[in-house]
Design a binder for this molecule. Sequence first.
Ligand code: SF4
Ligand code: SF4
Length: 465
Amino acid sequence: MRVTSRLLGRIRGGVHPPGNKDFSADAAIRELAAPSTIIIPMHQHIGAPCTPRVKKGDEVYVGTVIGDSDSYVSAPVHSSVSGVVIQVAPQAHPTGGEVLAVLIDNDGEYLGDPSLAVPGPWEDMEADEIRQGVRDAGMVGLGGAAFPTHVKLSPPREHPIDTVILNGAECEPFLTSDYRLMLEQPEAVLEGLRIIMRAAGAARGIVAIEDNKPQALKVMAMANRGGGIEVTPVATRYPQGAEKVLIASLLGREVPSGGLPMHVGVVVNNAGTAHAIARYFSTGMPLVERVVTVTGSVVREPSNLMVRIGTSFSAAIEACGWFTEPPGKVLMGGPMMGLAQYTLDVPVIKGTSGILALSRGETEYSIPSEPVCIRCGRCVDACPMGLIPTYLASYAYSEKWDAAARLNIEDCFECGCCTYSCPTKNPLVQLIKTGKKELARRKKRLESQASKVAASGREGEGGNG
Ligand code: SF4
Ligand code: SF4
């Protein structure tokens, strides 16, 4: 058994919201039967959306590639059932708006695609081959951010990776999907970490688990065979599981403003992602399902479900006995970073770690129509990135984009600690998100203008020649 006895992971800022894990922590993962129609969006990750590779009437199998992209920052999507494509059309998406999706009539047979093969063994594969396998399998971060995993595992030569941190903190209240995976399948989670370490070329692996999960710490430590891997308790404080926070609290390394974990020699992956990678290398089955915690005060039977990607939220909630009373709000994810849903006819995607339903009483509070700041400084104390949320929100509200950029608004990873701690209920993170989006839009526009100017310059040069 290898477990670090010293408690690490004291973090800058952060908050301590009620954990509310008891709703579902003891519920063993159970398989959810897929509904008769599956909706698989072509955009389920950070980066370029996929282009459909199937059309109406095509037969598909479990694991058939139904969408892919030539862009590097992207990941293919696969069918999670066998059956026939009935439509390729825009559909409601849990992150908002509509996204092109492939609708499949599920034949209930769950036949695997004949082209699938077990790769490896990974121990004999080169790092490049493992990364290609991870891409082919459509792996993205399953903690919610959904960043394509093969990109994370491909640092440039000048940024070698020495440590992989496996994020088992699951600091977001209510969610227990990683906790259950670590309890029920610790060997697969650790196997996934070993595969990631090999792909990243790292000698050291750290499994970080908040100290409010002693059972998971014990089980993971018992299953650990060493080989450079430590299982480490970290202090329970939100947002301990954010990658920059984990790196600082475990290794004392500060990711520079605008930088990535690779810039300080680290890759961070989620426990669920490691489990999915191990499963792919042992079965050849790409990412077609994931564990989803369906929970909250108004869910009749809070559960941890293994759900096929493309299953509707309503089917997942139905499998948990539906609601005990009409919910005030349903979120994808937890209460701190989750996204409110306006319909339950949206599909579970790769980034759906949880479906949370809260009562009307829990969600009825008034938000001021414009920010009211009493200069208490609580949001500043709570920000784990050392930002000044009150100024960032105020600049976003008054559209002072340059001022917001100067205060590093782009370093905000939208944890919500500032909003949570604000006594006047200012919608700080919501305003900051709007500001980030606007700055990203302006940056893109400037880049496109610059490339047009460069192209017309080249045409001019060609004409003179
Ligand atoms: S400014 Fe961003 S990073 Fe800082 S507390 Fe608010 S949401 Fe979190
Ligand atoms: S916590 Fe709210 S009231 Fe206090 S400084 Fe920040 S924005 Fe102002």
